[in-house]
Write a protein that binds this ligand. Structure first.
Ligand code: GAL
Length: 470
């Protein structure tokens, strides 16, 4: 808070680009912010300095979503020699506490494994009745579909289909054995894109594999020996087609391309149209975002994951256009998840550490093509290691919660590199509200972005009164 105030005063004094009315208006806004500060709860966050914990009392329905849960998980004493994989992962990181945790986390025989990957007896099943415990999300637990099988939709995203008033969750169907490529990285063969449907975002019916692997033709992009990751589906209002974009690669991630598939129905089957390097550039982790005006954008990690590229798709969503902007150059971000609130664009990204988790960052922009500014780590609650590892998970999608402006569901993957099919889903409330508490990259410029916060919960449910779309 005080940081924001100083920042604001600096902006006023620097005088540039501020009209008198803008300054007066902002000053009044600042007084309001000062007043609101009585509702803030300051909390020491170690090396993050003093952090502001926001209480949005004027949104009572968010109260439960914004509860902050702490975790006190003790790291078992070191077991002597680390595996070479753990040692390799370790060299890439710098914080010894996180190293200890992640070595433990990535170790197949870890004593902590059951905390991060609770067994089948703790599985979340489908909803049974409205009063039941089953309304709750338990991030990290096995999540069963209506047939009683674990949901297979990793690196996924959700489409709300207005035609059928149904949510569709698409993701990597990874229910096969995990083995290692030439570089020692864990992988499963392509099986296809899994699709699940729901009316309430909690009970999911398996709609089957809507884009399947190619079993025999080794030159096909979808041959099982390749990689298909992070599929996302958008509906094109003009053509009436459901369009899927996905990361297509070979087992060693050297192809770095995007694939496109289309269908007349949300539950497939999708016809695969082919792959390309968008704008002639490498493309690995990616997502698609459909804006309010119907324009869809692709966002992908490029140039050896050193930067992200963003650009609009053609009207039919089947291709990229010549427009492309490079963002976060040199910052090595991936796993982008884009969303919009009150005309501002937001993005959550992860760092690049393979299947190992790392710190998420939240970014904001007034125009989708940029400039994009980085606001800081949105993770709140858990403990310090939770916050520095995105609760041991990696972003994949952010879903707006209809009827609750400013409330979103943050979807992430807790990868299990020892057995990728057993990777877990973390759905957590993400709230946009209140001023950001981190200094901005582009100094002394308006606007003051809203803070984006992802709240750790061991157990949570959608706001009372949210019963799905009618
Ligand atoms: C991550 C990426 C995942 C997958 C993994 C393979 O960086 O986000 O989608 O590609 O690497 O190691």
């Amino acid at each position: 808070m005080s940081g924001n105030f100083v920042h604001f005063i600096y902006r006023v004094l620097s005088g540039s680009r501020c009209s008198i009315s803008g300054v007066v208006g902002s000053f009044i806004g600042c007084l309001i912010l000062l007043h609101l500060s009585s509702n803030f709860n300051h909390k020491d966050e170690g090396d993050r300095g003093v952090q502001v914990q926001l209480r949005l009392t004027h949104h009572p329905q968010f109260h439960e979503l914004q509860e902050v849960e702490e975790e006190n998980i003790k790291i078992p004493p070191p077991k002597g020699k680390r595996s070479s994989r753990a040692a390799k992962q370790r060299r890439r990181r710098t914080n010894p506490l996180i190293d200890e945790f992640l070595d433990e986390f990535l170790d197949e025989n870890s004593q902590l494994k059951h905390i991060f990957f609770p067994g089948r007896k703790w599985a979340m099943g489908p909803l049974k009745d409205a009063q039941n415990e089953s309304y709750y999300y338990y991030p990290g637990r096995i999540w069963l579909d209506t047939d009683g099988n674990p949901i297979q939709a990793h690196g996924g995203g959700i489409l709300y289909d207005k035609n059928s008033r149904t949510y569709y969750w698409y993701g990597e169907y990874k229910d096969g054995p995990t083995y290692h490529n030439k570089k020692g990285a864990a992988r499963v063969d392509i099986i296809g894109v899994g699709c699940y449907s729901s009316k309430d975002l909690r009970t999911w019916k398996n709609e089957g594999i809507v884009l399947a692997a190619e079993e025999t033709n080794e030159t096909h992009d979808l041959h099982k020996s390749n990689v298909l990751e992070r599929p996302k589906v958008v509906y094109n209002d003009k053509t009436g087609k459901y369009v899927m974009w996905m990361h297509i690669d070979d087992a060693n991630y050297t192809k770095a391309a995007t694939g496109v598939a289309i269908s007349d129905t949300p539950n497939g089957p999708f016809d695969y149209l082919g792959s390309q390097r968008p704008h002639g550039c490498e493309s690995r982790d990616m997502t698609i975002f459909k804006d309010d005006d119907g324009t869809a954008y692709i966002i992908y990690s490029s140039e050896h994951n050193n930067e992200l590229h963003i650009g609009p798709l053609t009207e039919d969503y089947l291709n990229v256009t010549s427009v492309m902007r490079r963002i976060f150059v040199g910052q090595r971000r991936e796993a982008p998840a884009l969303f919009k609130h009150q005309g501002t664009y937001y993005m959550i990204t992860s760092g690049c550490t393979g299947w190992a988790p790392n710190e998420a960052l939240a970014h904001a922009a007034e125009s989708i093509l940029g400039p994009w500014e980085t606001m800081g780590n949105p993770s709140m609650g858990g403990n310090k290691v939770f916050r520095l590892t995105t609760f041991f998970a990696q972003s994949t999608f952010v879903l707006p919660l209809p009827g609750f402006p400013g409330s979103f569901i943050f979807m992430a993957d807790r990868w299990n590199p020892a057995d990728l099919r057993d990777s877990r889903y973390l759905w957590l409330p993400l709230i946009v509200g209140g001023p950001a508490d981190q200094p901005l990259e582009y100094t002394f410029e308006f606007p003051l972005w809203s803070r984006v916060t992802i709240y750790w919960h061991r157990k949570w449910r959608l706001p009372q009164g949210w019963t799905g779309l009618k």
